[in-house]
Design a protein around this ligand. Sequence first.
Ligand code: ATP
Length: 223
Amino acid sequence: MKREFAVIGLGRFGGSICRELSEEGMDVLAIDADEDKIDEFKDIAAHAVIADTTDDKVLKELGIRNIEHVIVAIGDNIQASILTTIMLKELGIKTLTVKAQNDYHEKVLKKIGADYVVHPERDMGRRIAHSIISTNILDHLELSDDHSIVEVKAGKRMDGKTLVDLDIRAQYGCNIVAIKEADEKGINVSPMATQTIEADDILIVIGADKDISRFEKQLVVED
Ligand code: ATP
């Protein structure tokens, strides 16, 4: 069944969400105050409307209260982002995802009831920094302030060893939740303790940051 979304603000971030949701067959209402943006998205999204969402009359007229999930991707104009979020909250939108421009903006958005606050530039910067530190760290996803999931290339030190041999949970306090074969040929979710790891395998590891860091330093060796 098609689910309904609205994306407000069609900059690089909002535009990319709108494109992706539409390509996945979702029903998307694209909104931007800029006519050129709406021209660009009128053949991509199911509906595209020029509107300034800081005007509550306009928001009501758009029938936005019937939409299940609204993504606010207004960037530079923090005041417009906050005002739009407050009004959407008042209209009773079930799920609100809002892009924050900085930490202060994020704090305010959480306070006024945004369900998900995203910080794409900061988060992508962190992910890239982790993959720069070690060429074996392929990706890094923050779960909370002190827990993450990382994708890591097993490397030489783990080659030919089983999960029992490495005893990762007891030694490092983190868990290998999946093992991807090289070239993404297959993925083994919840691997058995007897599974043998190969140097080119990609391990998906979940745990506290301090434990993951110890695991990386001691077992993940640069090729
Ligand atoms: P990105 O980094 O994602 O490209 P950005 O952070 O630079 O975006 P802006 O370009 O400032 O963000 O805003 C994104 C879009 O939001 C713009 O296309 C802008 O026209 C739209 N926008 C800004 N204010 C409003 C508003 N009040 N109502 C509707 N759309 C708005």
